[in-house]
Every structure is written in structure tokens, then in C-alpha cells.
Design a protein around this ligand. Structure first.
Ligand code: SF4
Length: 395
């Protein structure tokens, strides 16, 4: 059986730019929708299907706000993808949608196209917090969109929520999550708000206009969220992601397990198991290059074995399944691993554990996932053979 991989299409359009967002987006450029769709179709048609010898089992249309496109646009891109790639193994087919920016009729049409999972950006059910987050929808819009998605036949829905928002008391987060659990989506992504450089939020924090919550409250919210969602039937299979049994997002698992994926659209990344490349983060530039028959790849890097180990460690530790000591990290077994990492494991005693071949974080370790991964990584290169460290970068 062939290894599996995912396929991603990036649709950058958004009605407004949320102050915390650092995704590549295009605001007020919906007049370019037809051209973007033409360009994605061209990019897919010109791609080298033979260079991706994996069975595609997930498709994810993300953004941006893909629900701003009409279903006929989605259909055109999917026909192009289907002409080039074998989609017969696809079992999970996700599209991202914002409440208030998708109609019931659109949802029915998307369902008919084979999209079987909807990812909805609620972010909050509190009107004041939605305003702070720059969202255009109201709590009622979110609830209405959810009901419409169920009516359209979506039985696999993710809802994105954000905590650690300035002036968000613990009780408001608890109330919002309770309301969400009452709706019973299949998957809940609960992200801690982070200040990404270059965003409006970063400027506001820097200028002292906004103060981020205390780190202790952030940790308290994370622990409470894991406990509450766990008790409500959603297990935390990744630090920020919770799912009913068997309904984990298979597409995102490709990213977190450092498995291959294709990517189309401006800013999209591709990874073939060894080399990662990424497209131009500029909408007119992306379109024009494709119209001129030129490449839209902005850069690429060939991952060394050492980099692959690093990435598998960083992302794998965030998964409840942990990371394989032999397959992912290249040790002969847990004895060699323990011998190599003795002092680091001692330092993080009680926060990491070894279960057979898997290295895992405990509940208290989850709070310090990044620090632990960094510590382990520092020690990793001494062990790893770097036969092929040849990063490349295009202009
Ligand atoms: S709607 Fe989503 S992608 Fe668009 S700006 Fe807001 S957070 Fe970013």
C-alpha cells in the first residue's frame, strides 16, 4: 500500500483583516476571484503528478475565507485536481467557512460536490470578544451557520475557538465552551491567542494599547479546556485540537506527522517527503506568473535528515500519540534514547514519559511543550547523522 498524503488549496480572500491574523490574505480583492480560480486551475494542470507518488486521502480548502467563493468556483478547481490526481482514496474533504459569510444553499451545493467536513471560525460566542477579534459575525450568526450546516448534511464539523484574549474572564471562556459542547460539533480547535509579529495586534501590544493576559491565566485556561472537553467526549489528540473518537482531522495530522502534502494557491506550501517549497505570497503576482507561464514557487529547502528529526520531535510532542523514538527520531530503541537523553529526561521528570516506542508529554508537560521540545532538540544533532544537509532557497 502506498503512503498517504494531503492536498491543500489556499483561497486568500477575506472581507476584513482580523488584527491577530498572520495568514496570507487578500482584503477587498474579490474582483480577482475568477482570475485566482483560473490561476489555481493552471497551477494544478502544470504540476508534476509523478513527483508526488502518494495516495491522496485528504483535501483541505483553506484560507483566507474559501466560503467567499461560489460553489462553481470550488467545482472548477476540484475538476482540475481530479483530472490530474487520483482522488479515489480521499476520505476527508474539508472547507473552511466563516459564519455570516456562507449561506445554507451554498452549503448544500458544497456537500453535493463531495465536501464532507466543514471547519467554521466561531472564535467566540461573546459579542464583545468577537468585536475585539475583528470578526464581522455575531454569536447568533455562528449558531445559525452551524444549524444550516447540519441541515445541509454536514455530519463532521470543526469549530475554531480562541482563548487567552485580553479582557476575557475565565467564566466567559467556560460559558462559551459549554454552549459549544451543547451544539455537539465533532471537532473543536481551541487556540490560545498569540501575538504574531507584523500583525495589528502586535502593534497594539507594543504601543501599550492592549495588554495580553497573564501567562498563568493562559495555562489555567489550557488545562481547564483539556479537562472539560475530555470529560465532554472530546479527546485532546493535539495540544489545541480535540475530537470525538475517530474524528481527528486527518489532513492536519499529515502536517503534524511531517507527512507529504501538495499545496496550490498563493502562499501554499508543498512537501514531498524530502523537499519543501512554498508559493508567492502575493495575489496579483501569483496570478500574473501563471498567466505568463512562469513558476509561482517563491522558495524551497531540501530537508536534511536532522531537520526531519527536529520537525518530527517538535510537532510529534504536541500530539497525544507522541513521537516514535525509532522511526521518527532514529534511535535503535528506548534504551539508547534514555542513555542519550539522561540529563534532559531528568530535568523534565514528570512532564515527559516513554511508553514503549513512544515519547509523550504528560498533562503537566503539555503546558511546556515548546520548551521541552527545544531542550530535546538541542541534544539531538549530536546523535543524528546529517548526510544530506543541503538547504536551498530560491529568490
Ligand atoms: S477571517 Fe480568518 S484568515 Fe481572514 S483575516 Fe480573519 S483570521 Fe485571518
Amino acid at each position: 500500500m502506498r503512503d498517504t498524503g494531503g492536498l491543500y488549496i489556499h483561497i486568500p480572500f477575506c472581507k476584513v483583516k482580523c488584527p491577530y491574523c498572520d495568514f496570507f490574505t487578500a482584503v477587498d480583492q474579490e474582483h480577482l476571484v475568477e482570475q485566482l480560480v483560473d490561476a489555481v486551475v493552471l497551477e494544478v494542470a502544470r504540476s508534476d503528478a509523478d513527483a508526488f507518488p502518494y495516495a491522496i486521502n485528504t483535501v483541505f480548502i483553506g484560507g483566507g475565507t474559501p466560503s467567499l467563493l461560489e460553489p462553481r468556483h470550488i467545482e472548477r478547481m476540484l475538476l482540475a485536481v481530479g483530472d490530474k490526481y487520483d482522488l479515489s482514496a480521499v476520505s476527508e474533504f474539508t472547507l473552511e467557512a466563516n459564519p455570516g459569510e456562507i449561506t445554507g444553499a451554498q452549503m448544500v451545493a458544497l456537500r453535493e460536490l463531495g465536501i464532507n467536513r466543514l471547519s467554521m471560525g466561531f472564535q467566540s460566542l461573546d459579542p464583545g470578544l468577537l468585536k475585539f477579534l475583528g470578526r464581522l459575525h455575531s454569536p447568533d450568526d455562528a449558531l445559525r451557520a452551524f444549524a444550516a450546516a447540519r441541515k445541509a448534511g454536514f455530519d463532521n464539523i470543526n469549530v475554531d475557538m480562541i482563548y487567552n484574549v485580553p479582557d476575557q474572564p475565565m467564566e466567559v471562556w467556560q460559558r462559551d465552551l459549554q454552549r459549544l459542547v451543547d451544539l455537539a460539533p465533532e471537532h473543536i480547535s481551541a487556540y490560545s491567542l498569540t501575538v504574531e509579529s507584523g500583525t495589528e495586534l502586535a502593534q497594539m501590544v507594543q504601543a501599550g494599547v492592549v495588554a495580553m493576559p497573564d501567562v498563568e491565566l493562559d495555562r489555567k485556561m489550557l488545562l481547564w479546556t483539556r479537562g472539560f472537553l475530555g470529560a465532554s467526549g472530546y479527546s485532546a489528540y493535539e495540544v489545541s485540537n480535540h475530537a470525538r473518537p475517530g474524528l481527528q482531522c486527518q489532513h492536519n495530522l499529515h502536517y503534524w506527522r511531517i507527512e507529504p502534502y501538495l499545496g496550490f494557491g498563493p502562499s501554499a506550501h508543498q512537501f514531498n517527503g524530502r523537499e519543501r517549497s512554498w508559493n508567492i505570497r502575493h495575489l496579483p503576482g501569483y496570478i500574473e506568473n501563471l498567466e505568463r507561464g512562469e513558476s509561482v514557487v517563491a522558495g524551497s529547502e531540501l530537508l536534511s535528515q536532522s531537520q526531519v528529526y527536529h520537525e518530527k520531535l517538535i510537532f510529534g510532542l504536541r500530539l497525544s500519540e507522541g513521537v516514535s523514538i525509532t522511526e521518527a527520531l532514529g534511535f535503535s530503541g528506548s534504551a539508547e534514547f534514555v542513555a542519550h537523553y539522561g540529563p534532559v529526561l531528568q530535568k523534565w521528570e514528570g512532564r515527559v514519559e516513554i511508553d514503549g516506542d513512544r515519547l509523550l508529554l504528560t498533562d503537566s508537560g503539555v503546558l511546556l511543550a515548546d520548551a521541552i521540545a527545544t531542550d530535546l532538540m538541542v541534544s539531538l544533532p549530536g546523535h543524528v547523522q546529517t548526510q544530506d544537509a543541503m538547504p536551498t532557497a530560491k529568490a
